[in-house]
Design a protein. Sequence first.
Length: 343
Amino acid sequence: MRLTSLAHGGGCGCKLSPSVLRQILATMPAAQPYANMLVGLETGDDAAVCRLNDTQAIIATTDFFTPIVDDPGDFGRIAATNALSDVYAMGGTPIFALAIVGMPLGRIAIETVQAILAGGAAVCAAVGIPVAGGHSIDSPEPIYGLVALGLVHPDRVLRNVGAQAGDALILTKGLGVGVYGAALRRGELSGAHYREMIASTTRPNTLGSDLAGMAGVHALTDVTGFGLLGHALEMTRPGGLGCQIRFAALPLLTGVAEMAASGIKTGASGRNWASFSEEVRLGAGLPGWAGDLLCDPQTSGGLLIAVAPAAVPAVMEKAVSRGFAESAVIGTFTGSSTWLSVA
């Protein structure tokens, strides 16, 4: 049985939409002041961070989802890579993980579950950490992910806030994972495109650890379920900034433009657009499918980096050396408008 047939959505495309999430969290009581809590719920950041001592802070995050692919080992690898990305997006280094497992018992073979867990464990082993435990339940849909813990120096925590007017915006992976996932569900994804998708989604964002403390790096996040626009907006809102994105500069997976132009997209891209379209201005010359691609949910997507102009060459050199050759400067933060514009 195809894993994707057991789930209503796949990967980060099954996340709650930004607007629904805001409604849910609106009734959460204000966080109490904790002197050592460096990052909490305030800006919807990638992980929580708590100071342990003068030289160490612990990063804690969790991420899980339903299958975006049918191969159980690949599903495990993608989910684990995606979860660890939140540690890297804070500038940290993972130290260990716990598995989160929900499986429809009686509809899925034990060997399939073992392969999912093995895929996740392999990713963790590759970055030098163990899966030290976890929790499992019988659930209607297959679910897998990790609780990921990491360490970072308290003075080197990178957040999704802190961008400054004039900063360049860098993206480190090609967009279009959601489009590829939708094509796979329709049986229209070629073997070459599938391999490209797996290569992208199982490449850990280890670059984030290198960026911690690097001169000129002002803000960092990763692109996941809210798409490029959603996560870029999270970087602009707290500082009252705008951002001008150059559509032609966006790195794309090789077949994405043609697939998007043919109408292949995810339901999540529409939900994302409905959540923040009032904050976005799309240029008149963009193709009709541009909005869908800009809102395409990225499972285990790349890093978005706000960088001072003088530091761009050093950051780009570091990204390429870490294996992110497709990294590109895709836009500029502005102080004149709170709109996110794409031309």
